[in-house]
Design a binder for this molecule. Structure first.
Ligand code: ATP
Length: 234
């Protein structure tokens, strides 16, 4: 479904990704784990058209998208949920969710997706008239995911859903991530620092270190890999 080959991404003279290659097959949850500054967010920004790579190719369902705009990429069926603090804090929960569906003309489809998101995250339903900025960190994370789902993506890119959230809510969010994959059939690329939880949720994983993929395997095997255990599961 997604084939990334030899991706280089730089911020001015600082090169953040060095020849990154990953694949995501339809129906999978694939995780990209790595520590602070490894290049996880940069990868998602490059895939979703927010930062142009200087080299390499990205194919989504057979189409080359490395030079496509963020809007074209959403239209093709790939949506990005940035880490939770990137919601629109002055807009209400409902307005945030509707923004996620701004390319969808069919109002009944928008209502249907809203119901689906509220089904996954009943807290968002309870707080739909509240402004995004008044939500807790975990609720903002749910909103970021919900907003991406409103675009009806076949591939969902998730940036660090565990970041800055109370452990109990983190578990709940990861349970919902698995449900989105299983019940809605959405393929997921999950970027995470919490390697333990990410590998328990995903089918396969990649380990990213200073902009390079250093390991790739099934999540099951990565969970017991001595190097991974030492570096990320301590
Ligand atoms: P984190 O978990 O801290 O977000 P990350 O794995 O997502 O880490 P990135 O944010 O992708 O890492 O950063 C990768 C590298 O690129 C880091 O060295 C970072 O300092 C650098 N970088 C990221 N954004 C910028 C920017 N806007 N300008 C310059 N350098 C940047």
């Amino acid at each position: 479904m997604l084939v990334v080959e030899g991706l280089d991404v730089a911020y001015g003279r600082i090169q953040a990704l060095h020849g990154l290659s990953i694949r995501v097959e339809e129906g999978e949850i694939v995780t990209l784990i790595g520590s602070n500054g490894a290049g996880k967010t940069t990868t998602l920004r490059a895939l979703s058209g927010l930062h142009r790579p200087s080299r390499g190719s990205v194919r989504f369902e057979g189409k080359a998208i490395e030079n496509a705009s963020a809007e074209q990429i959403v239209r093709l069926g790939m949506a990005h949920a940035p880490e939770g603090r990137r919601i629109f804090t002055r807009l209400t929960v409902l307005e945030n969710l509707e923004m996620g569906a701004y390319l969808v003309r069919d109002r009944s489809l928008v209502s249907q997706r809203l119901e689906q998101v509220f089904g996954l995250f009943p807290r968002l339903d309870e707080r739909k008239a509240q402004s995004g900025g008044t939500l807790s960190g975990g609720e903002q994370q749910m909103l970021a995911i919900g907003r991406a789902l409103m675009a009806g993506p076949r591939l969902l890119l998730l940036d660090e859903p565990s970041l800055g959230i109370a452990p109990l809510l983190v578990r709940q969010i990861f349970t919902e991530i698995a449900r989105i994959n299983r019940e809605m059939g959405t393929t997921i690329l999950l970027v995470e620092q919490n390697a333990n939880l990410a590998l328990k949720t995903a089918h396969r994983g990649y380990v990213l270190e200073t902009g390079r993929i250093v390991l790739e395997d099934t999540a099951e095997r990565l969970l017991v890999d001595p190097e991974v255990r030492k570096a990320y599961l301590g």
